[in-house]
Design a protein around this ligand. Structure first.
Ligand code: C5P
Length: 216
């Protein structure tokens, strides 16, 4: 039996993948999972409980108890939460604890869009449509800086670029499910694109994958 029409959108921070993923979800009338939010919530709740980010047992307990209702806290969308997320995301038991929720999402019969770092490689390798969205670090830093200052967070561009480089290195260099392009994912470099152009390019890639899936 062919798998549901699932779209995975992986890539580094501020590449445009979140916006692209949510537009694709709207196009296809399906739900989207922002998997980064799961790691942000684990890091945020762990830190709020006064625990060390390297306390694997405590982090795993938080991940195991995590509910979808807890994800709506705006505190998880801050710059600091992104850093906490990438610190707890290196722990294999934390990743294992979050696996089931993510896998259930990718098995939805009506299809889904999953956004993250390892959606196309680990969570949903059978997905019929996969994108790896990226952009140069300087471009991503500027986008993230505009977004954060727009939300009233006082940060400098240099600090954001430093965050992005550090996070790319940690996410791509870790042993557990490192961020990487799946062999069958289409690379979309959005460095020279507006978000509308990037979303259109993504839409065309996914339409081609959908046509192949329908014929299969
Ligand atoms: O995408 P977002 O910036 O919200 O992700 C925050 C962090 O969560 C990433 O830098 C990464 O360390 C971690 N993450 C991950 N696997 C995913 C999604 C996010 O390790 N599927």
């Amino acid at each position: 039996m062919k798998p549901p029409f699932v779209i995975t959108v992986d890539g580094p921070a501020a590449s445009g993948k979140g916006t692209i993923a949510s537009r694709l979800a709207a196009d296809h009338g399906v739900q989207m999972l922002d998997s980064g939010l799961l790691y942000r919530a684990v890091g945020g709740l762990l830190a709020a409980g006064g625990k060390d980010l390297d306390d694997v047992e405590a982090a795993t307990a938080v991940a195991e108890a995590l509910t979808v209702e807890q994800l709506s806290d705006p505190a998880f969308r801050t710059r600091a939460a992104g850093e906490l997320a990438s610190r707890v995301a290196v722990h294999v038991p934390v990743r294992n604890a979050l696996f089931r929720l993510q896998k259930a999402f990718c098995l939805r019969p009506e299809g889904a869009v999953l956004d993250g770092r390892d959606m196309g490689t680990v969570i949903c390798p059978e997905a019929p449509a996969k994108l790896f969205v990226t952009a140069r670090p300087e471009v991503r830093a500027e986008r993230r800086w505009k977004q954060l200052t727009g939300q009233g967070e006082p940060v400098t561009l240099e600090d954001i670029l430093e965050d992005i480089r550090k996070r790319d290195e940690r996410d791509g260099g870790r042993a557990a499910s490192p961020m990487r392009q799946a062999d069958d994912a289409v690379l979309l470099d959005t460095s020279e694109m507006t978000i509308d152009h990037a979303a259109d390019a993504a839409r065309r890639i996914v339409e081609a994958a959908r046509a192949r899936w329908e014929r299969s």
